[in-house]
Design a binder for this molecule. Structure first.
Ligand code: SAM
Length: 324
């Protein structure tokens, strides 16, 4: 197993397959942003498969496909099929904005992806347009297509923003009860100038939890998935609600993951600059043992924690560059 120098087992890779996205969420990418990597800089499917095979040999058990928007990458189901067959890989999941799920959900499910996390910050079409630049009805169609295709659980990720969508928390709860989705609230992180510009919209999620507790009976709960969310269940329903609190209550001591960006850069912490460029090594023809040595070295240097509160200026890259 891969262990970092703080004794944490690293068995989870978030694999960004593209930095491109078809939305421009206000806290993530600037409006009109086009300065993405050229596709020739992305690791190709053979390179991705090789890196994940080697991670699997080093004890990685879970892979999440992410981006940018992973469904922008052509032939993603084919990549999924290849990754889920790799020895040691037990769980393949996907983070998506759902805009393309109406077409792709059945093929992704057939390819072996079992779980989906989908971003949805509002149920109001005008707000959706203003937050993301996209169309709400397309995203909702995508979510329903994912349900129809058999994905379970489907977790809705809502970044809660003061005076933007914080009045919709209860509506989102009812929506998720109705559709048998899981709901997770996320605190805005100061990643890139977009994330920092949104910091005045930051809402500590304890406020949301207290507000929900006035209306619903909340029972502490757990949910499989390997992530940092702390869950409650609403009594009398199947709904689980997760709170992801990187700022108000960080969870770095339980961090079990690293992120591989589309260009083959291994980021060992979302909130630090530490990175390790694997693409030049792969393209220089190194062998698997040497690749393992580099990965082990990168994990050894994994930082203890992010500094989103103490040093919010630190991370200049957008979330979509690292792979959310
Ligand atoms: N496109 C996919 C999606 O929508 O899930 C995957 C990538 S996206 C960058 C992953 C997650 O990061 C989304 O849930 C998004 O809301 C979240 N995110 C992006 N920037 C963020 C920020 N500054 N603070 C908190 N969450 C952020």
């Amino acid at each position: 197993m891969l262990k970092d120098s703080f004794g944490r087992t690293i068995d989870y890779v978030r694999l960004s397959v593209t930095d491109q996205c078809d939305l421009r969420c206000s806290y993530c990418l600037p409006k009109g942003f086009k300065d993405f990597q050229e596709p020739e800089h992305w690791l190709n499917f053979d390179e991705l498969e090789r890196v994940i095979r080697v991670f699997g040999e080093l004890g990685t058990r879970r892979i999440r496909l992410t981006g940018g928007e992973p469904l922008v990458r052509k032939n993603l189901p084919q990549l999924a099929e290849r990754l889920i067959k790799l020895p040691g890989i037990e769980d393949l999941s996907l983070s998506t904005n759902a805009t393309r799920l109406d077409k792709l959900a059945p093929a992704l499910h057939k390819a072996g992806i079992s779980r989906i996390n989908a971003s949805l910050d509002t149920l109001n079409a005008e707000r959706y347009k203003s937050i993301t630049g996209g169309k709400l009805d397309k995203t909702l169609r995508g979510l329903l297509a994912a349900k129809e295709a058999g994905f379970h659980p489907i977790k809705i990720n809502m970044v809660v923003m003061k005076d933007v969508n914080d009045d919709e928390v209860e509506d989102m709860v009812e929506f998720c009860i109705e559709h048998d989705f899981t709901l997770r609230f996320i605190e805005t992180m100061p990643m890139g100038n977009t994330g920092r510009d949104a910091s005045h919209q930051y809402v500590p999620l304890d406020e949301i939890r207290q507000r929900l507790a006035q209306r619903y009976a909340l029972i502490d709960s757990v949910m499989a998935g390997g992530g940092p969310a702390r869950y409650v269940k609403i009594a009398g329903t199947d709904l689980r609600i997760g709170f992801i609190t990187p700022l108000s209550q960080h969870f770095c001591e339980t961090c079990n993951r690293v992120r591989l960006s589309a260009d083959g850069t291994l980021y060992t912490c979302l909130g630090q600059d530490n990175h390790y460029e694997l693409a030049p090594l792969l393209r220089a023809g190194i062998g698997d043992d040497e690749l393992k040595t580099h990965i082990i070295q990168a994990i050894t240097e994994k930082p203890e924690r992010h500094e989103f509160n103490d040093d919010p200026q630190k991370i200049v890259r957008f979330m979509s560059t690292t792979g959310g």
